[in-house]
Ligand binder design. Structure first.
Ligand code: ATP
Ligand code: F6P
Ligand code: MG
Length: 416
C-alpha cells in the first residue's frame, strides 16, 4: 500500500447537499408530505456519512486475513468488476494471500461446495463477461450456519455483493459475529439494476441496464411506426421501483406512456391507459408504452414470494397487451427483454464505479468496520450503516422532478 492520500475516520460526506430541500427530496432531514418516502410523515436522514478510502492505521495483519466474497440475488452488470477489484485490492494493495469465492450465494457457505480460490490471475479477465464468476443465488440466508462456516474456515473478512435482501443478511451476519465475539469485518457492496437502495446517488449496473433497455424501446418504436395502428409495448425489470423504466423512457424520447409500480393507474374507462392508447393511435397512428414489471400488480399478482422473500410478480406486459387487443383496433408488438438488461457486461461508467466500490470495500474492512456498505453519495464514495440503507426500497418520487420530466416527455395524463 503506497502511504499517500489516507483518509481519516473523522472525514465526512454531507448527505443532504441541498439546503432547505423540498418535502419530496429523498435526502431531506424530515419529509413531511410524501407518503412514498415516509408513511409516518417524518423521515430522518443523518447529516453525514463516513468518507471511504484507505486508512493510515489498519486493523488486520494481511498475513492473517482470510477474505471471502459472496454474490447473492439477481444478476447485475458489473458484479465481476467488483469481484476483480476486491481481489486486486486485497492482493496487490494489502498483500492478502488467502481469498475465497463462495459459490451461488449465501448457501455456498454451508452447501458443501468447495470455495473458489481467488487471486489476481483468476480474476484478470472476468470483467469481460457478464454475470457472477462465483455464481449468484437467492435463499440460504441461514445466519447461524453462515457464521459457523466463517468460524470453521477462519474467515475474518466477508465481502457481500447484493441488493436489499443480501444487505439484510450481511447485517445479520455482522451482528451474529459480534454477539459471538468473532472478529470479522462484513462489508457490503450494493448491487441492483433496480437502483432501489436508499441514500445512494446510483447503484452499479443501473446505467448499463438503462442503456440495454434502449434497444428494446427502439425496436418497439420502429415496429409501432411501421405497422398500421401499431402499438409497441416494452416490459422492463423493476420489481418495486420504476427507475429503469423511467430513465429508459426519458433517454429514448419516443415513449408515449410509462407505467411504474409507484403510481397506480386505471387500464379501462375514459381515463384509462387503453383509451389513451386509442387516442394516440387516432392522433398519430402509433403508440409506444413502457411498463415496469412491478407496475399494475393489482391486476395480475397471484401472490407468493421467491426464495429471497421477494414478491412474485404476475406478467403485467402480457395482460396489458391482451386488454389492448380486446378493446381497440391495433397491431400490438410486445417486447420483453427480461434478463437481457442485466445479463451483460457493464458499460465503462459502471465498470469504473465497480472498481472504486470494490477498492473502498477492502479499505473499509481493513479499517476494521463491519456492518457497513460502500456507495456513491453526493459524488463521493462513503461507508454507510447497512440498517439505514435498507429501511425500505428506494422508490421513484411521483412528486419529484425526474418523474415530472418523464411526464413532460411522454405527454401522458394521470390515468385515474
Ligand atoms: N433478514 C435477513 N437475514 C438473513 N438473510 C437474509 C435476510 N433477508 C434476505 N436474506 C438473504 O439474502 C438473500 C438475497 O436477498 P434477495 O433474494 O432479496 O436478493 P437481493 O440481495 O435483494 O437482490 P435483488 O435486488 O436481486 O433482489 C436472500 O435470498 C436471503 O437468503
Ligand atoms: O428472476 P430473478 O433472478 O429472481 O430476478 C428478477 C428480479 O431481479 C431484479 O432484476 C433485481 O435484481 C428485479 O428487477 C427482478 O424482478
Ligand atoms: Mg431483494
Amino acid at each position: 500500500m503506497r502511504k499517500t492520500n489516507f483518509v481519516s475516520n473523522s472525514d465526512r460526506i454531507l448527505l443532504n447537499s441541498v439546503a432547505y430541500g423540498s418535502a419530496a427530496d429523498p435526502t431531506q432531514t424530515c419529509s413531511l408530505s410524501s407518503d412514498v418516502y415516509d408513511p409516518s410523515g417524518c423521515d430522518y436522514v443523518p447529516e453525514w456519512v463516513v468518507r471511504a478510502g484507505p486508512r493510515a492505521e489498519v486493523y488486520f495483519d494481511p498475513e492473517e486475513v482470510h477474505a471471502a466474497v459472496v454474490t447473492c440475488g439477481g444478476l447485475c452488470p458489473g458484479i465481476n468488476d467488483v469481484i476483480r477489484s476486491l481481489v486486486n485490492t486485497l492482493e496487490v494493495g494489502y498483500g492478502v494471500k488467502k481469498i475465497s469465492g463462495v459459490r451461488y450465494g449465501f448457501k455456498g457457505f454451508f452447501s458443501g461446495d468447495e470455495f473458489m480460490p481467488l487471486n489476481r490471475k483468476v480474476v484478470r479477465n472476468i470483467h469481460n463477461i457478464g454475470g457472477s464468476a462465483l455464481g449468484s443465488g437467492r435463499g440460504g440466508g441461514d445466519v447461524e450456519k453462515i457464521v459457523e462456516s466463517i468460524v470453521n474456515n477462519g474467515i475474518n473478512m466477508v465481502f457481500v455483493i447484493g441488493g436489499n435482501g443480501t444487505h439484510a443478511g450481511a447485517n445479520a451476519i455482522s451482528n451474529e459475529c459480534a454477539k459471538r465475539g468473532v472478529k470479522v469485518s462484513v462489508v457490503g457492496v450494493p448491487k441492483t439494476i433496480d437502483n432501489d437502495i436508499l441514500l445512494l446517488d446510483k447503484t452499479f449496473g443501473f446505467d448499463t441496464a438503462v442503456e440495454e433497455a434502449q434497444k428494446a424501446i427502439q425496436a418497439a418504436a420502429i415496429e409501432a411506426q411501421s405497422a398500421y395502428r401499431g402499438v409497441g409495448v416494452v416490459k422492463l425489470m423493476g420489481r418495486q421501483s420504476g427507475f429503469i423504466a423511467m430513465f429508459a423512457t426519458l433517454a429514448n424520447g419516443q415513449v408515449d406512456c410509462c407505467l411504474i409500480p409507484e403510481i397506480s393507474w386505471a387500464a379501462h374507462g375514459p381515463n384509462g391507459v387503453v383509451e389513451y392508447v386509442r387516442n394516440m393511435l387516432d392522433a398519430q397512428g402509433h403508440a409506444v408504452v413502457v411498463l415496469a414489471e412491478g407496475a399494475g400488480q393489482e391486476f395480475v399478482s397471484a401472490g407468493g414470494t421467491d426464495a429471497g422473500g421477494n414478491p412474485k410478480l404476475g406478467d403485467i406486459g402480457q395482460w396489458f397487451c391482451k386488454q389492448l387487443k380486446a378493446e381497440i383496433k391495433c397491431d400490438v408488438k410486445y417486447i420483453d427483454p427480461t434478463y437481457m438488461v442485466r445479463g451483460c457486461v457493464a458499460n465503462a461508467h459502471d465498470s469504473i464505479m465497480c472498481t472504486v466500490l470494490g477498492q473502498n470495500a477492502v479499505h473499509g474492512a481493513f479499517a476494521g468496520f463491519t456492518g457497513i456498505s460502500v456507495g456513491s453519495v453526493s459524488a463521493h464514495t462513503a461507508f454507510l450503516p447497512i440498517p439505514r440503507m435498507i429501511e425500505r426500497e428506494r422508490l421513484v418520487d411521483p412528486d419529484g422532478r425526474m418523474w415530472h420530466r418523464t411526464l413532460a416527455s411522454t405527454g401522458q395524463p394521470d390515468f385515474f
